[in-house]
Design a binder for this molecule. Structure first.
Ligand code: ARG
Length: 276
């Protein structure tokens, strides 16, 4: 374990939850009858943005669109790697129009967007680590989109089969602790039961030192965390996981996004990383 873990400063894109709501149900967490406290959601979201900025990260915002309550989940809009943007094709018709709003942001920021031809939900299912692009499938992003991502980015894709509808996006069951920017393989944390036996074996082979989370941690959205290599922005209810990380020299930064969990999202879901 390194004496002192070094953070790498990031550039994030986020979308203010001004129009956040649960109006339809496209994952098992969403119950349109359960009210969302929009003021509380705003406060929780602002807290996250403050936490990012106070740790030195750059945060850009995209203007929210009134009729798109899930647009706050910025991670799903694209994968940006090496300055190349693979724009999403959302699974749910309710979310498809988000692409127009996000495309406009990318264009204004000087990026060209390549639109996925097969269902693909950006960083929700495509997670770059040091050497690979870990790619989830089973509920949203297709294997065809995995092949396309490998071709587009020229990074080896590792397809992983998700099997539990509660963990419908890869980023609900796994996050990157160390992104391998030092040339190493990096490291991850994950919840094995969210994956098929074969995919579990692949993860164990690639990441023998991974941090393994409990179901409780995973259900608390503990794996929907953002790490800068030192600080881990994490749900305060994922206690065991935070303790494990602290023992390994990481610094957990608890931020509670409980309102967003009513829509099936947490810290990582509302955070898109722009890797220039
Ligand atoms: N309600 C959204 C959906 O089901 C939540 C998206 C969460 N995002 C994520 N990256 N896991 O599409």
């Amino acid at each position: 374990m390194p004496d002192s873990r070094v953070p790498r400063l990031r550039r994030f894109l986020v979308c203010e939850p001004r129009h956040f709501a649960v109006q339809y149900s496209i994952n098992p967490w969403m119950h349109p009858d359960t009210p969302v406290d929009v003021d509380l959601a705003q406060d929780q979201w602002q807290e996250l943005i403050r936490a990012y900025r106070s740790h030195g990260h750059t945060v850009d915002t995209v203007e929210p669109v009134a009729a798109l309550p899930d647009m706050v989940f910025a991670a799903n809009c694209a994968l940006v790697l090496g300055g190349r943007v693979l724009g999403s094709l959302f699974h749910a018709p309710e979310r498809r129009p988000e692409s127009t709003a996000y495309d406009a942001w990318f264009k204004s920021a000087g990026y060209e967007v390549f639109r996925s031809e097969s269902v693909c939900e950006g960083e929700g299912d495509l997670v770059p680590t040091g050497r690979y692009l870990l790619a989830g499938t089973g509920f949203r992003t297709t294997r065809e989109a995995h092949r396309q991502a490998q071709e587009f980015f020229g990074v080896p894709v590792i397809s992983l089969q998700l099997v539990d509808p509660r963990f419908y996006h890869l980023d609900t069951a796994l996050f990157v602790l160390e992104d391998g920017s030092d040339g190493s393989a990096g490291n991850i944390a994950y919840y094995p039961e969210a994956f098929s036996p074969g995919s579990r074996a692949v993860l164990a082979r690639l990441y023998p030192d991974a941090v393994i989370a409990t179901r409780e941690d995973a259900m608390a959205f503990g794996l929907n965390s953002v790490s800068d290599g030192r600080h881990v922005f994490i749900s305060p209810r994922a206690k065991e996981l935070a303790d494990q990380l602290a023992r390994q020299g990481y610094v957990p930064v608890p931020v509670d996004l409980s309102e967003f969990q009513k829509a099936g999202g947490g810290i990582k879901c509302v955070t898109q990383e722009i890797r220039s």
